[in-house]
Design a protein around this ligand. Structure first.
Ligand code: MN
Ligand code: MN
Length: 311
């Protein structure tokens, strides 16, 4: 797919978002300790992003053990880290709608270094091969072979994704295995994307599990059928987040918590918001993840969330 070229102003903002994300991820890593709650880590991380002039492009995800993705603390529910937690910290930064998406895994037990190495080495191997026009098939093949070499499986139904302004998922999934259905698809100049290998000692698949705390506006506003409270909340959501993912924790200034949670749920039921279910490993395996954001230019590939990485 040909993409419009990325102009200097867009590139500058993508680089700035990447720098903020990289610094925030390292800061977040330092907060991941036994006894800490997901809320403490995530609120600090989200504030750190704002303090550097960015805004969170989606709620801080802190997914533990067999939870692979999409956990963020709720207003009332929360997770406490233990001395054996395997913790994925996944963050997004927006600078004027230009997005960086990056993740790492921390093993508090010290017993799963090989699982962490598997997803990290897979990401590094892809970065080494990056060039304008690289095929999605080659990316997937590289990821799977590196993760297998360590004796683990990839999580087949979690993928990287293209990114566009104000859009965390711009339509193309980047597989973590050699997927023949994308054999002819390539990352052309002008494309932004997140590469995110997931490794597991479980079944290699995620299923939906548990209550979600992450939502996004679908972009469809019904002309009627919303009460005053629903309208007021939706206006605030559109004003603050557009169609980017958000969490009720970011709306507690608008209405009191139980009312807020109820109104969010009714907006989901009316098709105005969609929810992101928590994704758990189907065999209750442990999961590790590493992620960087890339920008494909005419003559090279920039890794915006990694200093010194270049494709
Ligand atoms: Mn991510
Ligand atoms: Mn991502």
């Amino acid at each position: 797919m040909p993409q419009p070229p990325i102009d200097d102003e867009a590139l500058e903002k993508l680089v700035r978002a990447g720098d903020i994300a990289r610094r925030t991820l390292e800061y977040g890593r330092s907060l991941i300790k036994p006894g800490a709650t997901a809320r403490e880590v995530c609120e600090e991380v989200e504030d750190y992003i704002r303090g550097q002039g960015g805004s969170p492009a989606f709620p801080c995800n802190l997914s533990v053990d067999h939870v692979a993705a999409h956990y963020t603390p709720g207003i009332s529910d929360d997770v406490k880290l233990t001395p054996t937690s395997v913790v994925k910290l996944d963050i997004g930064v927006s600078v004027d709608g230009y997005i960086a998406d990056t993740a790492l895994t921390v093993d508090l037990s010290g017993r799963h270094q090989d699982l962490l190495d598997a997803s990290r080495e897979a990401l590094e191997a892809v970065i080494e091969r990056l060039r304008p026009g690289i095929s999605l098939y080659e990316i997937g093949k590289t990821v799977e072979s590196r993760i297998r070499r360590r004796g683990f499986k990839v999580v087949r139904n979690l993928t990287g994704h293209t990114i566009a302004r104000h859009m965390i998922h711009a339509g193309l999934s980047i597989p973590n295995y050699p997927d023949r259905t994308v054999f002819y698809k390539r990352l052309q100049p002008g494309t932004q994307a997140a590469i995110e290998p997931f490794a597991t000692n479980g079944r290699g698949m995620v299923v939906e599990g548990g209550v979600t705390n992450i939502y996004a506006y679908t972009g469809r506003r019904p002309r009627r059928g919303l009460n005053e409270e629903e309208k007021r909340l939706l206006d605030t959501i559109i004003d603050r987040f557009l169609t980017l993912p958000f969490t009720p924790r970011w709306l507690v200034d608008v209405m009191e918590p139980s009312r807020l949670e109820q109104t969010v749920k009714s907006l989901v039921a009316k098709g105005v918001l969609h929810d992101y279910p928590i994704l758990v490993e189907a065999g209750k395996g442990l999961v590790s993840q590493h992620e960087h954001t890339i920008v494909v230019l005419k003559d090279r590939v920039l890794v915006t969330t990694c200093k010194g990485c270049q494709g």
